[in-house]
Design a protein around this ligand. Structure first.
Ligand code: ATP
Ligand code: MG
Length: 286
């Protein structure tokens, strides 16, 4: 039987949908149907295992899965021997320390001899070790934010995205310890055949990511503005310029980075550009 790369994906939760979406954008078609623990792609040599995110680093270390999609926070917490292959740009969050909102915060020394509730004892312990501050860590598995209110701890360390959960529980964020996003991790000793599949998968992931960061634009412009417009539009090599039926005008096609886009459009309008169309790119291979 030909080898397949076993990819661990979160079974349900915040990473699940985006992970499956990434596979789909990479052209990996999975049969529908929920609740399965394992599934195979028809058109790419991979098998998907659906697991709890906490277990993914361990299973990848053991080789139960060859690679996995998981939050960096779980990778740091579990300290398993796995390779972080590529950051995936989704499920971004920060891990912060929060205290009751009426307490006066005096800097990190505030935490000296305090009790802190968290589901991430390893990351927290490493942090306070580094800062040489002595704390007691109370490990709890969920609903960390209620701990100070019920007298279980003086502070908490947890994942924050908007901060509204903290607010609702009468807490304030006082230290941002680290930022995390989803990452593709790999077992340290993949067979050559599996390495090859991983390379192909990674190539597709990069093409999808590149595409999402860029836009295809077309516009019409007076011929006299072409040199200045070309200057603004590097394109992949250089922009495509085609004559229009109307003399003195050309059509210009190019690729621009999403974050430079508005700036470039404004400048092009000043140079006489018209009929600017902006089109999303599905895949981008350069
Ligand atoms: P599982 O049942 O698989 O153990 P879980 O309840 O531990 O799931 P989720 O809440 O689904 O985990 O979060 C999964 C990951 O999503 C987190 O480990 C983190 O990397 C990321 N994440 C991004 N934003 C948030 C957020 N606001 N709250 C929690 N996790 C977030
Ligand atoms: Mg979990």
């Amino acid at each position: 039987m030909k080898e397949k790369l076993k990819i661990a994906v979160q079974k349900s939760g915040r990473l699940n949908e985006k992970s499956l979406n990434l596979l789909k954008e990479c052209g990996i078609n999975l049969p529908g149907g929920n609740g399965k623990l394992k599934t195979e792609a028809k058109n790419f040599p991979v098998e998907i295992l659906f697991l709890r995110d906490d277990d993914i680093p361990q299973y990848v270390e053991q080789g139960v899965a060859d690679v996995g999609i998981v939050g960096e926070n779980e990778v740091w917490e579990k300290k398993k021997n796995v390779i972080a292959v590529h950051k995936l740009g989704f499920a971004g969050c920060r891990m912060s320390l929060a205290i009751p909102k009426d307490e006066k915060y005096t800097g990190l020394a505030f935490f000296n001899n305090k009790k802190i509730a968290t589901s991430y004892p390893t990351i927290l312990n490493d942090f306070f070790d580094k800062h040489k501050i002595n704390v007691t860590i109370e490990e709890i598995s969920g609903s960390v934010e209620i701990a100070p209110g019920i007298g279980l701890a003086d502070a908490i360390f947890d994942i924050v995205s908007t901060g509204s959960t903290l607010l609702m529980n009468g807490l304030k964020e006082v230290e941002r310890v680290v930022e995390s996003e989803a990452v593709l991790i790999s077992n340290e000793k993949l067979s050559e055949a599996k390495k090859e599949i991983l390379e192909k998968f990674l190539f597709r992931i990069k093409a999808v990511k590149k595409a999402s960061e860029n836009k295809y634009i077309t516009l019409n412009a007076p011929e006299s503005s072409v040199p200045e417009i070309v200057e603004l539009l590097p394109g992949m090599k250089s922009p495509t310029i085609v004559p229009l039926a109307e003399t003195g005008w050309v059509g210009i096609h190019s690729v621009v980075k999403e974050d430079e886009f508005w700036d470039i459009i404004d400048k092009m309008k000043d140079l006489g550009a018209e009929g600017i169309l902006v089109i999303p790119i599905e895949k981008m291979v350069i």
